[in-house]
Design a protein around this ligand. Structure first.
Ligand code: BES
Ligand code: ZN
Ligand code: ZN
Length: 487
């Protein structure tokens, strides 16, 4: 989609009027820019229509153009402004409007977000809303309908275009991650995920190394080997390196869970729990595309991505409940449940991260259903003992609309994951606080550096009413790009 800034309303584009509660179209900046007869028509529309609550109207003007008039209801805040950006695209797609003009100022809502940041967010959100996973569908005769161009009206044309371009890059990378996550398990194996990372290496110029099973064996990554044993697909360990920061600057390491399909293993998932588990590599996709965005934005930092990629399957060769796996760290994991596989593979990745002497390690994983129970589906769970980083991450998330909410990471909880026959158990002793148990387990392998864990299970898929296509939500990429750039 083309996203360009403009100082005037072109005749061929559909103007979008975002109106507050009971506000008339006359109040909007665009009104004065229309012809007298179009103004008259909009005036009549406003006179005869209840402009209350959240509404959408298409008004056919005498000049032949249409106007999109959208009400945002009583309260307006930054979260709602972000949702409104997406709502515009959602409506435009339904109404088959291919080019729009929106007023950047319409998205200012309370929060002190400057024009440049707002432009960036707008471009990202427009891209996100214009995405749909159609790769596996037969193309209709008339083709798929996507919005072709959005003109962004602002008096500050010069700087704003650069921000729109940045936001567009971020949106594109998030959408590419959503496409990866949406790809069915049969077509998205550990090797395919590795190839996707390699593709990004070619596209952006960052270095990508793929460790195969024999290299993983040499490294004694018993967690990864254990989980992948039940599958006919071999594991991969993906390493991406982008070192454009100062030589003396320690890197930030991003670790992503890459379970390309999670059946639960011998502790086979029940009912429809297995449904959507092809998206269990969303953490991996997120860090891969966070890096891709940072490379494209030419961020001068040292960044590493690590993705342990496996398929968790039940078979005659599967790892068993009760198995004791020796990890790369030397610690043993007591497997109490083969469905708690994410933490088992991440344990090895977190140990591997030590070799970079990182200044910060952030892992992203669709780790627990319990995080969804705790938070619902509107925020990912955040765990860290570093209060400064916690604050910065949450702030970054609030600004870009990729929300986090903290849960405790306290040593008291470590009791929960003490093993009976091994060092660390991969499940807690009670049915309570499963998201915390998952985090505390990972912590046992992340004590050598400052560390953050983000459980994106709550945000694995989009939900009704957020104006995003069904399927993967692309959580944590927007927030990580924003955080890493400024860190
Ligand atoms: N991949 C799942 C977690 C998940 C569930 C993500 C639903 C997204 C939506 C993870 O591997 C898992 O199965 N976790 C178990 C852990 C339990 C066995 C301790 C869970 O959450 O039930
Ligand atoms: Zn699982
Ligand atoms: Zn899983």
């Amino acid at each position: 989609m083309k996203i360009v800034c403009t100082k005037k309303l072109l005749k061929s584009v559909t103007p979008v009027f975002i109106l507050r509660e009971k506000e008339k179209p006359e109040k909007h900046l665009f009104f004065q820019q229309l012809s007298k007869s179009d103004q008259e028509q909009l005036h009549l529309f406003g006179k005869h229509t209840h402009l209350e609550g959240i509404y959408t109207h298409t008004v056919f003007l005498l000049s032949g153009r249409r106007a999109l008039v959208m009400g945002i209801g009583k309260e307006y805040n930054h979260r709602k402004a972000i949702r409104t950006m997406r709502r515009i695209i959602s409506v435009a797609r339904k109404e088959r409007m291919s080019s729009l003009v929106v007023n950047l100022g319409d998205f200012r809502a309370g929060k002190k977000v400057d024009v440049n940041t707002l432009a960036e967010i707008l471009a990202t959100q427009l891209e996100l809303a214009n995405f749909e996973f159609v790769m596996y569908k037969t193309k209709p005769k008339e083709g798929w309908f996507f919005v072709k161009e959005v003109h962004v009206f602002t008096p500050h044309v010069r700087n704003v275009q650069a921000n729109l371009n940045t936001g567009k890059i971020i949106g594109e990378e998030i959408n590419d991650a959503r496409a990866l996550s949406n790809t069915p398990g049969g077509d998205m194996t550990p090797q395919k995920l590795a190839e996707a990372a390699q593709g990004i290496g070619h596209r952006t110029g960052c270095k990508v190394r793929i460790l195969t099973e024999s290299a993983i064996k040499k490294l004694k990554m018993g967690g990864i080997l254990g989980v992948s044993r039940g599958s006919s697909e071999q594991p991969r360990f993906i390493v991406m390196e982008y070192l454009k920061g100062k030589k003396s600057e320690k890197p930030i390491v991003l670790v992503g869970k890459g379970v390309t399909f999670d059946t639960g293993g011998l502790n086979l998932k029940q009912g429809n729990g297995i449904y959507e588990m092809h998206m269990d590599m969303s953490g991996g996709a997120a860090v891969i595309h966070t890096l891709a965005a940072l490379v494209r934005l030419k961020v001068k930092k040292n960044i590493i991505c690590l993705i342990p990629a496996v398929e968790n399957m039940p078979s005659g060769s599967s790892y068993h409940p009760g198995d004791l796996l020796k990890t790369m760290s030397g610690k043993t994991i007591e497997v109490l449940n083969t469905d708690a596989e994410g933490r088992v593979i991440l344990a090895d990745a977190l140990t591997y991260a030590e070799r970079y002497a990182p200044r910060l390690v952030i892992d992203v994983a669709t780790l627990t259903g319990a995080a969804m129970v705790a938070l619902g589906q509107r925020a990912s769970a955040l765990f860290t003992t570093n209060t400064v980083v916690e604050k910065k991450l949450r702030q970054a998330g609030e600004v870009v609309g990729d929300l986090l909410w903290p849960l405790p990471l306290w040593e008291e909880y470590e009791e929960e994951v003490k093993g009976t026959f091994g060092d660390v158990a991969n499940m807690g002793k009670t049915k309570y606080g499963g998201a915390i148990t998952g985090a505390v387990f990972l912590w046992q392998f992340a004590k050598q550096y400052p560390w953050v864990h983000i459980d994106i299970a709550p945000r694995m898929t989009t939900i009704e009413g957020e104006y995003l296509a069904k399927g993967a939500a692309g959580a944590s990429i927007g927030l990580l790009v924003s955080f890493v750039r400024d860190f």
